[in-house]
Design a protein around this ligand. Structure first.
Ligand code: FAD
Length: 402
């Protein structure tokens, strides 16, 4: 058995784990990151693509935003489409200049892995049988097998950054954690297509046949989504059928439609809202998807992971500076305030734009009236814009050592 010691043991090398590792590094705090997948798998996983203004600012302040600034696509606005018409919401104008940036999660992860490797601090990929223990002691541990040998990492603190299906949250005794959940009666069929985006901004469509979203990953790749039943087999959707449905839902009365191209990736994702609270047990701190999941309509998942770890980095920095535990004690409450606001926004975007299988004719007319009000009221558009570009950070960058 190889026994190692570190200050913070991090489980998971997704956005939350890698961001935390780098924030700690910038503060001279040692960490070990343990990931059960391969480096290529983690980098190739296609997921989020919308970064809030605060997430972009954070990555730049951390010194890992160089490629993001060069290749990211800044969007000052977005479109809401219903009854065949697109309505523009100028987010930058409504929020005093804030915007979102489209930059794939896999690109963020790639930049962070490169930054981690440059620090020479440990990052284990393909760790097997990962488990955590001694959470309530002053020396919690991560155990795993790697390269044929058993490893035990003894830590001051553990960060559970291992996503929704990880091992950290289930290691907390049931009596010590409450969960809140909503499962939606639909999912998203998502595709990546080799087609130059036909709009420079995202288009959210509420159509009689269901929700659709037009987005992009680069000047040559379009990313599109269709509302489908949550358990829809992808085999039911040959490429031609996908394009027929995309065009039927998205084409607007002014003739705008997505450009068709070769589909290079497609999958169906169910949608749920989930929160586990508190986000701490003993010396284990949950961050990102291990503690909460949002439906992707509001584009908040990756951004919440970033805001959690900023709060955690502040607390750990304070602990190592003068052994103060106040901000560690506040970690869960501070994060959950933002998490619940993001939950509410994501739920609202989802229910306002999707067709529920059990909705009545009244429900649908009310939904259209909601969209009519939203796109006709500066106050309503401002509310959407300030949440979409991201509410102000819970803690300052300076307090986290940036
Ligand atoms: C299809 C899809 C589309 C999405 N679209 C958006 C979007 O548009 N905008 C947005 O903001 N969010 C979106 N999200 C959500 C976003 O991707 C997540 O919120 C984000 O990945 C959270 O980061 P994380 O680091 O907390 O978790 P993850 O990215 O899940 O990372 C967790 C890591 O832990 C590893 N791990 C798991 N179990 C173990 C274990 N036992 N031991 C060691 N390591 C382990 C995993 O392999 C993974 O690398 C989307 C998610 C999906 C699935």
């Amino acid at each position: 058995m190889r026994v190692l010691r570190t200050q913070v043991g991090i489980v998971g090398a997704g956005p939350a784990g890698l961001l935390l590792g780098h924030l700690l590094h910038l503060n001279g705090i040692d960490s070990v990151i343990v990931e059960n997948r391969s480096r290529d798998y983690v980098i190739d996983r296609v997921r989020a693509g919308v970064l809030e203004q605060g997430t972009v600012d954070l990555l730049i302040a951390m010194g890992v935003g160089e490629r993001l600034q060069r290749e990211g696509l800044r969007h000052d606005g977005l479109y809401i489409s219903f009854r065949g018409n697109r309505h523009h919401i100028d987010m930058a104008e409504l929020t005093g200049g804030k915007a979102i940036t489209v930059y794939g999660q896999n690109e963020v992860v790639k930049d962070l892995i490169d930054a981690r490797i440059a620090t020479t601090r440990p990052l284990y990929f393909e760790a097997e049988d990962v488990s955590v223990g001694a959470l309530e002691s002053s020396s919690p541990v991560i155990r795993f097998r790697h390269g044929g040998a058993d490893h035990e990492i003894r830590c001051d603190f553990l960060a559970g950054c291992d996503g929704f299906h990880g091992v950290c949250r289930p290691s907390i005794p049931e009596r010590a954690i409450a969960t809140y959940e909503r499962i939606y009666p639909f999912g998203w069929l998502g595709i990546l297509a080799e087609a130059a985006p036909s709009s420079t901004e995202l288009v959210y469509t509420c159509h009689e046949r269901g929700f659709a979203l037009f987005s992009m990953r680069s000047p040559t790749i379009t990313r599109l989504y269709l509302q489908v039943p949550p358990d829809e087999p992808i085999e039911n959707w040959p490429d031609e059928a996908i394009w027929d449905e995309m065009l039927a839902r998205m084409t607007t009365s002014d003739g705008w439609k997505p450009r068709v191209g070769r589909i290079v990736q497609k999958s169906v994702t169910p949608m749920r809202s989930f929160v586990a609270a508190p986000m701490r047990h003993g010396r284990l701190f949950l961050a990102g998807d291990s503690a909460h999941i949002v439906p992707p309509t509001g584009a908040k998942g990756l951004n919440l992971a970033a805001s959690d770890v900023l709060v955690l980095a502040r607390a750990l920095k304070a602990y190592y500076e003068d052994r103060s535990t106040g901000w560690l004690d506040e970690y869960s409450d501070v994060c959950l305030r933002r998490v619940w606001k993001a939950q509410r926004f994501s739920w609202w975007m989802t229910t306002t734009l999707h067709r529920a299988p059990d909705e009545s004719a009244f429900d649908h007319q009310r939904q259209l009236a909601d969209l009519d009000y939203l796109t006709g009221s500066r106050a309503a558009m401002t509310s959407l814009a300030e949440q979409y570009v991201g509410l102000p950070a819970e803690v300052s960058f300076e307090s986290a050592g940036l």
